[in-house]
Design a protein around this ligand. Sequence first.
Ligand SMILES: O=C[C@H](O)[C@H](O)[C@H](O)COP(=O)(O)O
Length: 285
Amino acid sequence: MPLPHSVYQPGQTSPSLDRVKQTPAPELIPPVLVVTTEIEASKQQAAWSAVDGHVLPHHTVIGIGSGSTVPYVVERIVAQGAEVNRSRVFIPTGFQSKELIVAANLRLGDVDQYPIIDVTIDGADEVDKDLNAIKGGGACHLREKVLAEAANTFIIVADYRKNSEYLGTNWKAGVPVEVAPFAYAKVLQNLVFMGSQKPTLRMGKAKAGPVVSDNGNFIIDAPFPTEDLKDPLKILKLIKMLTGVVEVGLFCHMAQAAYFGNVDGSLTVRWADGRLEQLAKGAKA
Ligand SMILES: O=C[C@H](O)[C@H](O)[C@H](O)COP(=O)(O)O
């Protein structure tokens, strides 16, 4: 899972939960983020606006997603101040977001302790006009989907490259499918029978062998014709029925809104009710 290329430097580790309970207002450590490109600026714009609009003072359980836009989410939450964050617990979707939470001195929890989450903010690989999303480019989609489902409000943040009319337009790597390791060959075969074009087992980089998810599973990337991805819920249901599949990186009708930062500093917000907002640089959603 790439962190923003410039930039993220972990701070010190957080105190234990006991110490957090005893300490009135732990000093929060803002991530050190340096925005060096228009794409990074657009991610930051999306993340900050989403936090401003959806992480409200009365929210106490907050899901933190994965990907290159999420450090800006944590940055903005930290900027809300130690006082408001003292009464909050943050639930990660994987190793990266756990590190972000710990490094910022925010209180860490897990979804088995907090199965109801006020708001989860997460990245995406591509989002369509109906707010269906492909997720899992970083192999985190199982935990991400649990946190999206647990959340009263699920918000996607991304840069403009992820904003498409239909899934599969820009994201050509395919639908990420997490599988039990021993079943991968059979699932690959069944995905071909379903119409996937050359599904592949995701291989590690600088590691011999396959990518292993935070849950100990393998990931298959399954490309489908764009025509098929016009009905992502149908594809999701078919893949999910395959024996050996743990979770599919298609998030259908889960998000309440998607915030896309644009290259000129403006913001596009798609809402689940079909509204499309275009906000000039600096305007609030
Ligand atoms: O598994 C990873 C997640 O679904 C990410 O949210 C997604 O891949 C987007 O990541 P990035 O913002 O790095 O493109």
